[in-house]
Ligand binder design. Structure first.
Ligand code: KE4
Length: 435
């Protein structure tokens, strides 16, 4: 691929923004090389500044389940923009989107819109602390819940990509109440509750861990978290920023039959515009200002432009049979990856949940963060660049998930299957050369 223009843009960008990017995960640090600069997206495709076309499995890290520039979303956003982008006052659009979300995720009897997943999770933790009067909370190594100070402890996603245990700039005071456990380890969670009796406000968990690669909850794990929260008087927060409307229409909580006390959402809910949300039982959410004393606010929270994009996305996504089609597409991509790796003799662990999937270059199964970190990230880098050369764009990090959309069918899917085959052959050749 000729990526000259991307390189020129990168050289300019680094003069103005750290690493030339506005989010570290985009910087290719996990796979080497420099980022592709994108000119436009259309359906399943991204087009870079040099005119190269890629079938996109990052989809803005999850939001674009309808693909790029879906007509329903474009029309809704254009119409609303002509009526104004933000009023700083309540609108009917917020009611409409809130109604759809509570219909699709019934555990969210009441919710508040914010502008990112980070705002959603930091606010949900504040709700749990305000509601229980307790300060500590449990998170899992390798789970990423955004970049709020108290959550940047053993985090996944970009933090994992950079191998940071925590982040400089986060004072001890901000993380002294953050307790971490290994994912899928219920005994560790019980021991933590017993070590801090009546001090733990909540557990926050990714119901499918998609920020350390892609790790499914082991049978009984989520049910165990629910039971432990009930036993020890803590709230269960399921962070569905990534899994919401993707693992199932009702999120992972629907797929696994778990009822959390609070849920956080992001990504798909905004259809590519900045929307997050936190919500849950009415009795809990009534602690939030102006009804209750817990303060949380945002200038652009619930702005009509973002609401219009979210409404168009979820309304379209709920159309009969549409979600099932995206799952079927994901099934095919997942099967093609497994088959290509096996045919090339490359050891691979894969997993899928609804419209999300992931893989590890590992001989052993991966069930938690330490096992994920032991996977072969160099092989992942070879796989990544081989796919880019074939016109397929996946996450530039071994610690991220893959996403599909309604647009990933026909030629885009056929091209992907062929490209994946070639990419695993490249990995196998590379392995032979370095053996
Ligand atoms: P944002 O603040 O980035 O909107 O959401 C934070 C967040 C919270 N919870 C979960 C489960 C998440 O996956 C995220 C953000 N996901 C990453 C991708 N793995 C965002 C990508 C990025 O940081 O650029």
């Amino acid at each position: 691929m000729n990526t000259t223009r991307s390189s020129e843009l990168y050289a300019e960008a680094v003069q103005f923004m750290p690493g030339g990017v506005n989010s570290p995960g985009r910087a290719f640090k996990g796979v080497g090389g420099t980022p592709l600069f994108i000119e436009r997206g259309e359906g399943p495709y991204l087009y870079d500044a040099d005119g190269n076309r890629y079938v996109d499995y990052v989809l803005s890290w999850g939001p674009l389940i309808l693909g790029h520039a879906h007509p329903n979303v474009v029309e809704a956003v254009a119409k609303q923009a002509a009526r104004g982008t933000s009023y700083g006052a309540p609108t009917d659009l917020e009611i409409q989107l809130a109604q759809i979300v509570t219909q699709m995720v019934p555990s969210m009897q009441m919710l508040r819109f914010v502008n990112s997943g980070t705002e959603a999770t930091m606010s949900a933790i504040r709700v749990a602390r305000a509601y229980t009067g307790r300060d500590k909370f449990i998170k899992f190594d390798g789970n990423y819940h955004g970049h709020a100070d108290s959550l940047l402890v053993q985090a996944g996603s970009g933090v994992a990509t950079f191998g940071l245990p925590n982040s400089p700039g986060v004072p001890q005071g901000a993380t002294q109440d953050t307790l971490t456990c290994a994912y899928n380890d219920l005994d560790g969670v019980r021991a933590t509750f017993e070590a801090y009796p009546e001090q733990i406000a909540a557990i926050i968990a990714e119901p499918v861990a998609a920020n350390m690669g892609f790790v499914l909850p082991e049978p009984g794990f989520l049910e165990g978290l629910r039971a432990l929260c009930d036993e020890f008087g803590a709230l269960l927060i399921l962070d569905e920023v990534m899994t919401g409307f993707r693992v199932a229409l009702g999120g992972a909580q629907d797929a696994f039959g778990i009822e959390p006390d609070l849920t956080t959402l992001g990504k798909v809910i905004g259809g590519g515009l900045p929307v997050g949300a936190y919500g849950g039982k009415r009795s809990i959410m009534e602690v939030v200002s102006p009804v209750g004393p817990m303060y949380q606010a945002g200038t652009l929270s619930g702005n009509p432009l973002a609401m219009a994009a979210g409404l168009a996305t979820l309304t379209t996504l709920r159309e009969e049979g549409l979600f099932e089609r995206v799952v079927a597409v994901t099934d095919r991509v997942h099967a093609a990856i497994k088959e290509a790796a096996a045919d090339a003799g490359v050891s691979l662990q894969t997993a899928q949940a609804g419209t999300m999937f992931g893989l590890y270059f590992s001989e052993a199964p991966v069930t938690n963060y330490s096992e994920a970190k032991a996977s072969d990230t160099m092989r992942y880098a070879t796989y990544f660049h081989a796919l880019v050369e074939e016109g397929v764009y996946v996450a530039p990090s071994a610690f991220e998930a893959g996403f599909t959309s309604i647009a990933h069918e026909g030629e885009a899917l056929d091209h992907t299957i062929e490209a994946v085959r070639r990419a695993f052959q490249r990995v196998a050749e590379q392995a032979e050369q370095s053996a």
